[in-house]
Design a protein around this ligand. Structure first.
Ligand SMILES: [Zn+2]
Length: 306
């Protein structure tokens, strides 16, 4: 049986900080595409999930589909030229409400505030988060980031903004605009989507964590993100990725909402093995890090993707 794997990327960029490990260096990305072209068939998501013909001949090469989450500008600037050189299709999942927002994603604002700080004293109880952080030493900022990220992702966007303002004030800083992690402008997404290699999928409006929300609210943000993208790009949006996507970030209502929205596929970030029979609305993915060609190949082997 053909092996099938969905790879997950976020950014193709040089960012020596990169506290979340979301960036793949552009040269390494090119090298990774080269490895894939040598070893597997890179196919669009639709082809990957197509059921094999009952009497079809068994395929020998593994199939891999590439996905990108969130909608960072470097996907157009750095990734697309490499994808075109290697004639490689991708699906790009976009949080529609963030398009063109100069403030970028909240986790990048938080990282810009904290990373590199050697002293972090925060009391966030008045911001609605029962959390006090007092850290000192070379990892103070990074450790505070980890603690805060896991708490903040549970909140809605307005509450996250409030916490970020409190954090900035207590650090005697401004809430930054992380220009190095810019989100695509709508016209940039249109340009990307005009490439025959790029399929655009939805990723909710504001990247709110879905688990625990009423099913109608989950369905509303899925549906409206797809609708906004469909109107912008004048084409159907049939694929979806759950924000954060790990088991704690989705629940049964998320899968049911994705089904009611009529998505052909919905991707998690859970790292299971995919088969021809995998549930199309709970697809596992393998996150790719900033690996050189050999390391990338060894991960493909360990994942049994090749
Ligand atoms: Zn995301």
């Amino acid at each position: 049986m053909t092996r099938r794997t969905i790879l997950l990327y976020h950014r193709v960029a040089r960012d020596p900080g990169d506290p979340y490990g979301l960036c793949v260096d552009p040269d390494r990305f090119c090298a990774q595409l080269g490895v894939l072209r040598d070893l597997v068939d890179i196919v669009p998501l639709d082809d990957l999930v197509a059921r094999p013909a009952r009497h079809g001949t068994s395929r020998r090469r593994s199939q891999v589909a590439l996905t990108f989450d969130d909608g960072y500008a470097d996907n157009l600037i750095e990734a697309l030229p490499a994808l075109e050189r290697h004639d490689t299709p991708i699906t790009l999942f976009v949080a529609s409400g963030l398009l063109g927002d100069p403030r970028g994603f909240w986790w990048d604002r938080l990282a810009t505030l904290l990373v590199g700080r050697q002293h972090v004293d925060l009391d966030l109880r008045r911001a609605g988060v029962s959390l006090r952080i007092s850290l000192h030493g070379p990892r103070a900022g990074s450790d505070a980031l980890v603690a805060l990220h896991s708490r903040l992702r549970l909140l809605d966007v307005a509450a996250i903004d409030t916490v970020l303002e409190h954090v900035a004030r207590q650090l005697r800083a401004e809430v930054p605009r992380p220009h190095h992690a810019r989100v695509l402008w709508p016209e940039e997404l249109e340009k990307m989507a005009s490439s025959p290699l790029v399929t655009v999928g939805a990723h909710t409006v504001d990247h709110r964590l879905l688990a625990g929300l009423p099913r109608e609210d989950q369905e509303r943000t899925m549906r409206s993100s797809a609708r906004v993208l469909e109107e912008l790009l004048d084409r159907g949006v049939r694929h979806f990725a759950y924000p954060y996507g790990d088991p704690a970030a989705v629940d049964d209502d998320s899968f049911e909402a994705a089904r009611r929205c009529g998505f052909a596929t919905a991707c998690t970030t859970s790292a299971g093995r995919m088969t021809a029979l995998s549930d199309r609305l709970r697809l596992p993915r393998r996150m790719v890090r900033d690996w050189d060609a050999d390391t990338f190949r060894s991960h493909l082997l360990a994942w049994r993707s090749i």
